[in-house]
Design a protein around this ligand. Structure first.
Ligand code: ADP
Ligand code: MG
Length: 606
């Protein structure tokens, strides 16, 4: 059902065939405008020349006929003979040239479209990434790029080459004898039926086989993928998974084989029909020739060209129309992706962030029916350190994502220095903002690179608003740089993937904090990047953090209240609401959730 929904949406705003071609051609013409002039001429020329081949053969056979009858010179026959013999070779060379030009042109176009995708991916509203349906779309868009190429190239070959050839042949046949054209047209029928039937049967098969395919792909993963391998080995469950894998694979193969068999029989039947058309044309030609209505030369020319004509018609359906049918849907994904929503904010001037105000702000995740934040009112002034506390799922992370401007409120107002956040350009919005997210990344790069990634433009720029050196950031985050594990110091490679060393969870977290500190910022968020660090150490890190953030706006999210005490103000959250707010002392005086939680956790700090 979900599938049907997505498909419907695709057809709604998708690009048509011609829009697709226009887009890709425009991309290619950016760098290779000359080729755009050359390849259509080449392709149409080749189409016409292929029909010309039949003409030349006609003249040749007529001259031979003349020679036999004694009214043509040998030299003329030889010239026609030479041209007739050379023509296919020349055509072949031209075709190679045109292929080369096409490839050059469309490779360029594909390159630009890849760039287009990457740039788009960087501009998409981050909230889109929270929506599973869209995540799927993003992957598909990258696969779709290839399909756009398939569709457009097939279309161009179809329109500029195959059609030109087939239509000019039709005109030729019509001129010879209109009746020939009828037989010629009938020969399309089996191809049309074949294309439709094949598509239907394979679609039906795909529908039946899909669940089995998903299952066997899953079991395959259980046997050999990294996340499963430890359990699979320990439990010795390979045998079971292999059995399940084979069972589902067998069902898929069976369905495929069955369909292929049916399609084959239908194709054979249809080919008999084509054969009838083929033979019919020859018989008809022969009949006209015997009545003297068609010359021997024409008969011979058509007779020797029919093979080519029929195989080109087949190719048109099997190759070009086939490719368009197969790839059109996938190609749509590329254009759907380019249409994903982006931030509209235009205000470019740097923000001072003197005051951030949330007024009756609510927020709901895409695909969720319960708001993650409801009716939030909060004013934050520059330089404040604010702790956000509350149980899991109470909305702490979501609140920080709004405060940084990553997500926009669904209702209510979020104002920075009096400006609506939706009107501020992303560049201005994220400038001088740093954050360490709950699910931070562990980059497979060196220690130093893992820190510097937060501010890639920093090197070489001398200004740096309170910039810290890499070493300082690591020190402030209590990352043990003198550990003997780091054989090459800060240039030690991390992560197993590229032959580096692995760190413990706590060390990765400290590294992530160092990264957050390294980025030039006047506002920073630490969203519980400390789960793998014990409570006392966390409190220590946060204390240091508060020191270096004294003149900056800082948000620390924690469910450990011992760490929250360093804050100027503590916000207590519950089920998407701010339920209390104040200093540690104020909150402790009140009979409320904060005091309850504090006492429950007191033993951690004993
Ligand atoms: P906290 O950080 O306090 O643990 P969050 O802000 O992460 O809480 O989550 C608040 C609420 O929003 C929770 O009910 C959670 O289930 C929901 N939520 C968080 N992320 C998503 C998401 N990507 N899609 C849908 N719901 C989400
Ligand atoms: Mg959270």
């Amino acid at each position: 059902m979900g599938k049907a929904k997505v498909r419907k949406q695709k057809q709604g705003n998708g690009a048509g065939l011609f829009a697709m071609a226009a887009h890709m051609i425009a991309m290619g013409a950016k760098r290779k405008p000359l080729l755009l002039l050359i390849f259509p001429l080449l392709m149409m020329g080749i189409g016409l020349a292929t029909t010309g081949n039949t003409f030349i053969k006609q003249y040749f056979f007529e001259s031979v006929e003349g020679l036999v009858k004694g009214n043509e010179q040998v030299s003329v026959v030889l010239i026609y003979g030479a041209v007739t013999a050379m023509f296919p070779v020349l055509l072949y060379m031209l075709r190679q040239l045109s292929n080369f030009v096409m490839v050059a042109f469309f490779r360029t176009a594909e390159g630009f479209m890849g760039k287009e995708l990457n740039e788009k991916a960087a501009r998409i509203d981050p909230l889109v990434y929270e929506d599973n349906r869209f995540l799927d779309q993003i992957n598909k868009a990258y696969m779709g790029l290839q399909s756009v190429g398939d569709v457009v190239v097939s279309m161009i070959v179809l329109v500029l080459n195959q059609s030109v050839y087939i239509i000019s042949m039709a005109v030729y046949l019509f001129n010879v004898k209109p009746a020939l054209l009828i037989i010629f047209c009938i020969s399309f029928v089996p191809n049309i039926i074949g294309t439709v039937v094949r598509k239907r049967m394979y679609a039906k098969m795909e529908h039946q086989a899909a669940p089995y395919r998903r299952r066997y792909e899953y079991f395959e993963k259980c046997i050999c993928s990294r996340e499963y391998v430890k359990e699979t080995r320990l439990w010795r469950s390979e045998g079971f998974f292999k059995k399940m894998y084979r069972k589902n694979l067998r069902e898929c193969t069976r369905l495929d084989w069955q369909t292929s068999k049916h399609v084959l029989f239908i194709e054979l039947g249809l080919r008999c029909l084509t054969l009838t058309g083929y033979v019919g044309t020859i018989v008809m030609l022969f009949y006209f020739m015997s009545k003297g209505e068609v010359g021997v030369g024409v008969f011979a020319a058509i007779f020797t060209s029919l093979d080519q004509l029929f195989s080109r018609i087949n190719e048109l359906f099997d190759v070009q129309i086939g490719a368009i049918g197969r790839s059109y849907g996938k190609a749509q994904n590329f254009f759907d992706f380019l249409n994903l929503p982006e931030r509209q904010g235009q205000l470019e001037e740097p923000l001072k962030r003197e005051i951030i105000e949330l007024k009756k702000v609510s927020f709901t995740y895409p695909g969720s029916d319960r708001p993650a934040l409801e009716n939030i009112n909060l004013t934050v002034r520059k330089g404040e350190t604010i702790a956000i506390v509350g149980v899991n799922g109470s909305g702490k992370s979501t609140l920080t994502r709004l405060l940084t401007g990553l997500y926009l409120p669904a209702s209510g107002e979020l104002l920075i220095d009096g400006k609506h956040v939706s009107e501020i350009s992303p560049k201005a919005l994220y400038r001088n903002v740093s954050a360490v997210f709950q699910r931070y990344q562990s980059y497979k790069m060196t220690v130093a690179e893992n820190v510097k990634i937060s501010e890639t433009g920093k090197e070489g720029t001398a200004d740096g608003a309170g910039n810290m050196a890499v070493e300082d950031s690591l020190e402030k985050a209590d990352f043990p740089t003198d550990s003997e594990k780091l054989s090459e110091g800060l240039d030690t490679m991390l992560g197993k993937d590229f032959g580096g060393i692995d760190l413990s969870g706590g060390q990765w977290q400290r590294l992530a904090i160092a990264r957050g500190l390294y980025r030039a910022h006047d506002m920073i968020v630490l969203d519980e990047p400390t789960a793998a660090i014990d409570p006392l150490e966390e409190a220590d890190i946060y204390r240091k953090f508060a020191e270096i953030s004294r003149d900056k706006t800082a948000f620390i999210v924690t469910h450990r209240l011992g760490s929250a005490q360093i804050a100027d103000r503590i916000i207590v959250m519950d089920s998407g609401h701010i339920v209390d707010m104040g200093t540690h002392e104020e909150l402790m005086r009140r009979e409320g959730r904060y005091r309850e939680m504090y006492h429950a956790q007191a033993k951690w700090y004993a």
